[in-house]
Design a protein around this ligand. Sequence first.
Ligand SMILES: Nc1ncnc2c1ncn2[C@@H]1O[C@H](COP(=O)(O)OP(=O)(O)OP(=O)(O)O)[C@@H](O)[C@H]1O
Length: 310
Amino acid sequence: MELAVHTVELTKKYGSFTAVDRLNLSIRKGEVFGLLGPNGAGKTTTILMLLGLTEPTSGKAEVLGHDPVKEPIAVKRMVGYLPENVDFYEDLTASENLFYMAGLNGISSKERDKKVPQVLDMVGLLGSKDSLVGTFSKGMRQRLGIAAVLLKDPKLVILDEPTNGIDPEGIEKILSLIRSLAKELDVTFLLCSHMLYQVQRVCDRVGIMYRSSLVASGTVEEVGRAILGERKRIIKFKPEDNTMPKLEDIKDLEGLSEVKVLGDHFVAHFDEGKLPLVMRGLLDRGFVPFEVSGKDYSLEEIYLRYFQGV
Ligand SMILES: Nc1ncnc2c1ncn2[C@@H]1O[C@H](COP(=O)(O)OP(=O)(O)OP(=O)(O)O)[C@@H](O)[C@H]1O
């Protein structure tokens, strides 16, 4: 499997403070990856190291096959980076701003004429190409920022807090834009955000960063299992002779927790992997299981543990 980003024990210290601690990150080519964590977790410092804008204290990074410390220009050529706050000229139109930026990127004027309307169309702003950026909403500015990044045909796009300060409708537009661009353009996206709920749903995989370290990475399902332990299931069962359930009858049954009596039956939790053990125990003791249910990992607990108060 080809990797767009690979870091090995990547570390950044500012004096005695460790901003990024032995980060091992793998981002696959073509995926949308969310680096998620509360403010101050070390996400921006990680981006700066990937872009070759700050040197790691130790460890290594490889971005699209290049070392950002030794080959920063090669990395910058292929990576589009949109920082948290993008500045445009307010009294220029959307098109004019992009023409200007394309010039800064060394794109020829002939190429600019072709590319500017193309990228404006991709982000849904072609209809506003002649409007002054001063009249744009935060969401429209963010989409214009994405258009600016796309001007140089990047292979990897890094967006820092892409949904910050944007209204719900604008967020919806940005996130579905990212999803469709990833599909159409075969570009890898790295989204850094402290908005776990918003951003995770457009990500193929996520990494949770907390206090300078990556605490888990993978699909939301894998991250849920790594952080929250095995998925809990709920089982309902009753005595086969239809007598009233009594808690003392099942007190030493293996694998069950949070057992309660609910009318004519019991309700209990168990770890998904223990289903055969639980079933055997119940049947041996003369109980009839009649319902097993459970829900997917909820990000709520992860949120409460790592993101609360941000
Ligand atoms: N140049 C610096 N000198 C000293 N400390 C720094 C420097 N840059 C960042 N830090 C510290 O490193 C920690 C991680 O910062 P970083 O900006 O990477 O976090 P973050 O996860 O991106 O959060 P945010 O979304 O707030 O930017 C913070 O505690 C910050 O104060």
